[in-house]
Every structure is written in structure tokens, then in C-alpha cells.
Design a protein around this ligand. Structure first.
Ligand SMILES: [Ca+2]
Ligand SMILES: [Ca+2]
Ligand SMILES: [Ca+2]
Ligand SMILES: [Ca+2]
Length: 412
């Protein structure tokens, strides 16, 4: 196993790191050999002087053949992350490491490496070198009857959509498997939310805000076993960057169509945008007269207290407390109740996909961010906690159920 701590990025002038058994340097002062590596390739040499025969590849190599365990210096001039495995067949059991693409302005190469590489694979996100690049999500079958949200593929189980750092979307149906439903470009979106069927075809849909334009797009769920998305339609022509916490909510107005809520940054007001029969959004309605800038996360939970009206959870930025705002018969929000006394600011994402424990009461999941601590120690990001809904609007204590949720920039 190579030592990732020593993987300092070289400066343009060239940088020698002594004592770690590793030298990092740039192309400029190096032996001529490194410049022989063509753009788009990963290249390796069997010695530390980067002279003599050069091995190169621009695609995955499951076994290095004559170069097995013999590459001691290398450069990554591809545009992907190179996963370097100490065993053949991309097997992580003997150790693995990763190498980001060399930057355009002077590519570092690495020498004095252990010479243990047996297979190489190229990926978009270094997460994928060791584990599948989707988080492990398990949910129970909802019973009885169909779910009204949180179920893109219509199989009765809560599923999750995750965006990775490479801008791809992953669909995890709830059996710990996952598949790609967006091959790229999703980093252009600065909000992702889903809760119910906006288009009226019975399949849950995804709503996304485009960062550069402030436009709101609807991606219709296909409802198939792949949890896929159809061609998008514009449902908000602009101005949505002036809104905070854009959240698909469920049907608050009581007309059978799901609605969207968002708070206005300039005023702190909370607005409801009613879903229309044509899959768009109607004229907005004020449902919170002010103070909503104090909240840094909203979750459209569904009906947590069993009164027939969907409810809202909101996290207070200054205190890390979690509040319940019950939906009312008149399409508004009732008096709030404190349901989480603190600590919720260490969660990077609140995930409201309805009931995932199988008792029909909505639950909450949350993913820790890099400030999450246990007993004074930083535990780091990507821990998934499950909070079972009690049926009275409150939650049971959290259970840590998985540690594979790091490296994702949004989940919904
Ligand atoms: Ca499902
Ligand atoms: Ca739909
Ligand atoms: Ca509605
Ligand atoms: Ca309710």
C-alpha cells in the first residue's frame, strides 16, 4: 500500500520531498522521459529516473502483464482519476491508491513508488476506486397500499437519488444496489428535490434549480425499474436563485397535486407554489410571513402525525434545533413544535423519502457532514442515520445505519 499522505501536489518549480521514500516533481526539471507521455494517457516507468522504456495506457488494465509490480514512477495525463491496485482485476484486498489527473499547467509525476501496481482503472470520482460510487441504501417495503412519495420506481420501497462530485446522479432502490440515472452535468444544479408526482402520470418526478440561470426544471420520473428520468420541462423561467430551501412538499393545498415551498432570501417569507394540472406551478401563496431565513434546511416529510395533512421539518441555523410545522386543513402551517433539541447542524443532508421502515409512518434519514463529532472526536462526513417516525410528528432516536454516504454533494 502506498502512502497517500505523501501525495503532495508539486509546484511548478519542482519540489523534492525527502525522507518519505517519494519524490514529487514536475515536468520542467525532470528527465526528458516524462514529456514523452502523451496527453490522455497514464504512463509508467520501471525506474526512478523516468528513463528507458515507458508503459502507457488510456483504458482500464486488469493485469499489467510484463509490467506487473514493476512501475516505480508514473504520471496521469488522462482526464480521469486513476485507481492503482496492488492486485490484478481491480481487487482492493491487497491495497489500492488513487491519482488525480495531472493539472494542465505542469503535470507532476511520482517516483520512488513501491512498484506494487497490478491493475489500473479510470473513474470519475476517487470514491469509486474502493467502493461502488453510490451509497448503500436499504429500505423496507411499505404496506399496505401504494406510497404517495419517495418511490421513483413504484415498487413500494423508498428510494434515494444521490449526486456525486463528478456531477452524476445515482439511483438506489433500497436493496443496497445502485445504478446510474444521470451520466453527468448535474453539478449545474444547485438544488434537487422530489416529493410526489407533479405531472399526473402516477410516477414521482425530480425538480432541479439551474445555478447559472435561476431556472427551475422538472425531470419526469419514468416510474420504471430503473428509476429513470425523462425529458425535462421548464417550470420556473427564472428568479429561483432568490429563493432558499426549494423543497418539494406534497399536497398542502388539498387538491390532490403536490406543491413546492421555498423561502425568499430578501424577505425571509415562506411561499407555497401549488402544483397545477399541467405539471407546472401556479401563483404562489404566502404561508410564512417572515423569519424563514433563520432556517437552513427544510424537509417535506409527508404526514408525520396522521391528521391527513403533510408536515414540514425545519432546521434552525443558529441553534441546530429541528422544528415540526404541521400542515393545516386550510393549506398553511400550524404552530411549531420542537422535536430536535440540537446537534442537527452536523448533518449535511436531511433526507425525506417517506416511510422506509415499513410501518407507513414517514421517517427521516440524515447524512453527517465533516463537522460531525462523537465524544469530542471528529467522525467525519458520510454517516447515514435513520430516525424512525413515531406517528405523533416526532422521531425516535437516530440509528447509525451506514458509513458509505461521503462524496455526495446532494441527496433527495
Ligand atoms: Ca422504490
Ligand atoms: Ca410524474
Ligand atoms: Ca396541491
Ligand atoms: Ca400532519
Amino acid at each position: 500500500m502506498m502512502n497517500r499522505v505523501t501525495r503532495a501536489m508539486a509546484t511548478l518549480a519542482g519540489l523534492m520531498l525527502a525522507g518519505a521514500g517519494l519524490t514529487v516533481t514536475t515536468a520542467a526539471p525532470a528527465a526528458a522521459g516524462v514529456e514523452d507521455c502523451p496527453e490522455g494517457y497514464f504512463c509508467g516507468w520501471s525506474n526512478n529516473t523516468v528513463t528507458g522504456p515507458m508503459w502507457k495506457t488510456n483504458k482500464d488494465v486488469a493485469y499489467m502483464g510484463g509490467w506487473d509490480n514493476s512501475i516505480h514512477a508514473y504520471v496521469n495525463r488522462t482526464n480521469a482519476v486513476a485507481c492503482l491496485y496492488d492486485a490484478a482485476g481491480y481487487d482492493t484486498s491487497k491495497g489500492s491508491d488513487w491519482l488525480e489527473p495531472a493539472s494542465a499547467e505542469g503535470y507532476p509525476y511520482y517516483e520512488n513508488m513501491n512498484g506494487t501496481i497490478s491493475s489500473i482503472r479510470f473513474v470519475q470520482d476517487r470514491h469509486e476506486c474502493d467502493v461502488p460510487d453510490y451509497p448503500s441504501w436499504m429500505s423496507s417495503t411499505h404496506s399496505p397500499g401504494p406510497r404517495d412519495f419517495g418511490d421513483m420506481d413504484g415498487n413500494g420501497q423508498a428510494d434515494v437519488i444521490s449526486r456525486d462530485r463528478a456531477g452524476r446522479l445515482w439511483f438506489t432502490p433500497g436493496d443496497s444496489t445502485g445504478r446510474l440515472i444521470g451520466t453527468g452535468g448535474w453539478n449545474a444544479m444547485n438544488a434537487l428535490t422530489r416529493h410526489g408526482d407533479f405531472t399526473g402520470d402516477g410516477h414521482e418526478d425530480l425538480i432541479a434549480r439551474e445555478a447559472s440561470t435561476g431556472r427551475l426544471w422538472l425531470y419526469p420520473g419514468t416510474g420504471t425499474g430503473t428509476g429513470g428520468l425523462g425529458s425535462r420541462t421548464l417550470i420556473g423561467t427564472g428568479g429561483w436563485n432568490g429563493m432558499r430551501n426549494v423543497t418539494a412538499y406534497g399536497d398542502l393545498t388539498g387538491d390532490g397535486r403536490p406543491d413546492l415551498i421555498a423561502s425568499e432570501k430578501s424577505t425571509g417569507r415562506l411561499y407555497l407554489y401549488p402544483g397545477t394540472a399541467t405539471g407546472g406551478l401556479g401563483t404562489r401563496k404566502l404561508i410564512g410571513t417572515g423569519g424563514w431565513n433563520a432556517m437552513n434546511a427544510l424537509a417535506g416529510m409527508g404526514d408525520t402525525d396522521g391528521d391527513g395533512h403533510p408536515d414540514l421539518y425545519a432546521r434552525e441555523a443558529s441553534t441546530g434545533r429541528l422544528w415540526l410545522y404541521p400542515g393545516t386543513r386550510t393549506g398553511g402551517l400550524g404552530s411549531r413544535t420542537l422535536i430536535g433539541t440540537g446537534g442537527w447542524n452536523t448533518m449535511g443532508h436531511l433526507l425525506a423519502v417517506g416511510d422506509f421502515t415499513g410501518d407507513t409512518t414517514p421517517d427521516l434519514a440524515a447524512v453527517t457532514d465533516d463537522t460531525y463529532m462523537i465524544d469530542g472526536w471528529l467522525e467525519g462526513p458520510g454517516l447515514l442515520f435513520a430516525y424512525t417516525g413515531r406517528g405523533d410528528g416526532r422521531l425516535e432516536s437516530g440509528r447509525r445505519v451506514d458509513d458509505s454516504w461521503w462524496g455526495f454533494t446532494d441527496v433527495c
